[in-house]
Design a protein around this ligand. Structure first.
Ligand code: PMP
Length: 371
């Protein structure tokens, strides 16, 4: 594919080239179908096999235990900020315990408060979101009687990620926004009551959201919700109550197939991602007064590497010079500034190596060694 940049965007983000090539081959006509994925019925045999494979691939990759439903929704993770409390909090006497480790977790709180009582069980907002709670801090912070505990496994804006699946009291459902580290490595799905993820980082294009929910949580859902906002509708209709995002689910199917067949599963993907992230964090650790990492070492994101330079002018120069060399979208989120390198699954090692070399060179140019 000519003219490809190294796309460090936070999402929609980079997709695997074999997937893009398959999409291109299937345009304007899927063999045996005679029309493209943009044009076919969601009730036809072809799409039926696509959605079945997407679900089966997710189940295999994530080793999803029995008793969990895999749903495909629209409305992004933002709609899940509302749907989770509508389904699991509305009408409950208990509070939802939210652990807020960044901007997305804070937005989830805003929406949940419209549906019931929310308690901020733990946050480091005053320290500008630099870490996640240690396992024992988390266990102490949450109330075993909470309706559920809500966490954001990876805060895309701050670049703060749980190093392992968070552990909450046994009977308290763990609900997680996993949008930006979904499929980045193995996770223990059995620890979650509900996990949701917008596809547009690691799993596919914008427009489809994957929800994995444990069957017993469906019993908490109050009657009377709008059908499209009730998880039971998705379960009963296998995500086909209304027209689903056909194209998005087709690409999720291709991405999960790529993860299974080309990458060889999530353990391998996780190791590859760790290696890529280490390359950038090594640069930060080698020049901490020039590249100031945002996250504490134990909470560093493998997906979104965030750091500051000594001045905003240098940050602007860094991003624009990198762009001239084909490394784009390195500016941090507009709310926090700085630099953010999003290195999702599909970012090749070569892209990260090119960025790491640029970091060395930029540093040398702007702060020559003092010896
Ligand atoms: N949660 C996280 C962790 C995110 O990174 C994002 C998007 N960047 C969202 C929620 C919101 O997703 P959407 O725009 O799909 O609603």
């Amino acid at each position: 594919m000519p003219d490809r940049v190294f796309n460090f965007a936070a999402g929609p983000g980079i997709l695997p080239i074999p997937v893009l090539e398959q999409v291109r081959r299937d345009l304007p006509s899927i063999p045996g179908v005679g029309a493209s994925a943009l044009e076919v019925s969601h009730r036809g045999a072809w799409f039926s096999s696509v959605i079945d494979e997407a679900e089966a691939n997710l189940r295999e990759l994530l080793a999803i235990p029995d008793g969990y439903h895999v749903l495909f929704s629209q409305g992004g993770a933002s709609m899940q900020f509302s749907m989770v409390p509508m389904n699991l909090l509305r009408g409950s006497d208990a509070a939802a315990d939210h652990v807020v480790t960044g901007s997305w977790g804070a937005k989830a709180v805003t929406e949940a408060r419209k549906e019931g009582t929310v308690r901020i069980a733990w946050t480091d907002a005053e320290e500008r979101f630099v870490r996640v709670p240690d396992p024992h801090e988390l266990l102490e912070a949450v109330a075993p009687s909470a309706a559920y505990v809500h966490v954001t496994t990876n805060e895309t804006i701050q670049g703060v990620e749980y190093p392992a699946t968070p552990i909450v009291p046994d009977d308290t459902p763990l609900v997680a926004d996993g949008s930006s580290d979904f499929l980045a490595g193995p996770i223990d799905v059995g620890r979650f009551g509900l996990l949701y993820a917008g596809a547009q980082k690691n799993a596919g294009p914008a427009g489809v959201t994957v929800v994995i929910v444990r069957d017993d949580l469906l019993e908490l859902i109050p009657d009377g919700l709008p059908s499209t906002l009730d998880y039971r509708t998705y379960v009963e209709h296998r995500s086909l109550f209304n027209t689903p995002p056909v194209f998005g689910i087709y690409v999720v199917m291709l991405v999960t197939r790529w993860l299974r067949d080309d990458v060889g599963g999530l353990a391998k993907m996780g190791a590859r991602n760790r290696g890529k992230a280490d390359l950038l964090y090594e640069r930060i650790d080698a020049a901490p007064s020039f590249y100031r990492g945002h996250a504490d070492a134990g909470s560093r994101s493998v997906m979104n590497v965030t750091f500051r330079l000594p001045t905003e002018d240098l940050e602007a120069a860094f991003a624009s010079e990198a762009a001239e060399r084909g490394m784009v979208e390195l500016r941090g989120h507009r709310s926090v500034g700085g630099i953010r390198a999003s290195i999702y699954n599909a970012m090749p090692l070569e892209g990260v190596e090119t960025l790491a070399a640029f970091m060395d060179e930029f540093h040398e140019r702007h702060e020559p060694p003092s010896s």
